[in-house]
Design a protein around this ligand. Structure first.
Ligand code: CP
Length: 346
């Protein structure tokens, strides 16, 4: 991929060498994220962070990533507080906002909306999630986490065994991750969902065409034995016609420490794009797993910062200038070290 100036709309823009470039650039961001070094390489640049649908980590980590590279962030949050609510088109919104920004991140509830916005933007646009369609930066941070977790266990991504669990119909993170995994070799994928919330057939087909072994099931316990990663997801209530319909499926696939101990191989990694639904009726990843060192969910969010910094550095073409714009850190840094994979934690 030609990164400088590129829109990032779908994970299908990436080849293996592009992923490797993002990941090795993300590695270089660790000291800046740790605040052991400061770089001002994007000083003067402005990120337009446009989130027309609820978000905690994607919005804040895109914004923090830009700040950590020295840039400034302007935000619009929620459809009701933007002029989209007055009938302004996505294209007009893009024409306006791209006049104020050097790069734009956008989340919107409609599939295809970010691509539509990008078609009228004068600056690069990054897809922060468009309906049930895609969440490319999440897939990159998920795979970066998988790479790190497996590396700590002496393995690579090829030959991975992964169970994806939950609302696979509406979950854009598993859609993007499946597309990304189709670039790798000999993956065994177990898709665990209610039949009504199954992975879209075209994505199952994509995995099969890539030569992967795909199993579709409604049984959690049988599926989480003999895998490297259990990737749990939330029932995407916002994609259902009402709460009652989502309630039909909520709480169907709960993972807690007792189930993990009984059914999973030791050291099976537990992932989730978050937010996990911790309400009693869902409780898809029980808080008793928080003490399990294989729970990687907060390492995922830490890694997301590095991956998003890497995307900005590549798209704005400053990867060779990071060190040149370094400055000493003037404040006392008392933060704990960032979370490391299992074998590095000793
Ligand atoms: N994983 C994710 O997209 O989280 P947010 O909805 O909080 O951004």
């Amino acid at each position: 991929m030609d990164f400088p100036g590129a829109h990032i709309l779908s994970i299908q823009q990436f080849q293996r060498e592009d992923i490797e470039r993002v990941f090795r650039t993300a590695d270089r961001m660790e000291p800046y994220a740790q605040r052991t070094k400061l770089t001002r390489v994007l000083e003067g640049a402005i990120l337009g962070n446009m989130f027309f649908e609820a978000s905690t980590r994607t919005r804040i980590s895109f914004g923090s990533a830009f700040n950590l590279l020295g840039g400034e962030v302007r935000e619009s949050v929620g459809m009701d507080s933007s002029s989209l609510i007055k009938g302004e088109s996505l294209e007009d919104t893009a024409r306006v906002l791209s006049g104020f920004s050097d790069v734009i991140c956008m989340r919107h509830p409609e599939a295809g909306s970010v691509a539509k916005f990008a078609s009228a933007s004068r600056v690069p646009v990054l897809n922060g999630g468009d309906g049930s369609n895609e969440h490319p930066s999440q897939a990159l941070l998920d795979l970066y986490t998988i790479e790190k977790e497996l590396l700590a266990r002496g393995r690579g991504i090829d030959d991975l065994r992964i169970a994806m669990v939950g609302d696979l119909k509406h979950g854009r993170t598993v859609h993007s991750l499946s597309k990304l995994l189709s670039l790798f070799r000999n993956i065994r994928v177990v898709l665990v969902s209610p039949t009504e919330l199954a992975m879209p057939e075209e994505l199952v087909e994509l995995l099969k065409v890539a030569g992967h072994q795909v199993t579709v099931t409604e049984s959690l316990e049988a599926s989480i034995a003999d895998v490297d990663i259990v990737y749990s997801t939330r029932i995407q209530e916002e994609r259902f016609s009402d709460r009652a319909e989502a309630d039909l499926y909520r709480g169907r696939f709960r993972l807690n420490q007792a189930i993990y101990t009984k059914h999973c191989d030791p050291n099976t990694v537990i992932m989730h794009p978050l937010p996990r639904d911790s309400r009693a009726e869902a409780n898809e990843l029980d808080s008793d797993l928080d003490a399990n060192p294989n729970l990687a969910i907060f390492r995922q969010t830490d890694n997301g910062l590095l991956v998003r910094m890497a995307l900005f550095a590549l798209i704005l073409d400053v990867t060779q200038l990071l060190e040149k714009y370094e400055q000493p850190i003037p404040w006392h840094n008392s933060r704990d070290p960032r979370l490391k994979p299992l074998d590095d934690q000793a």
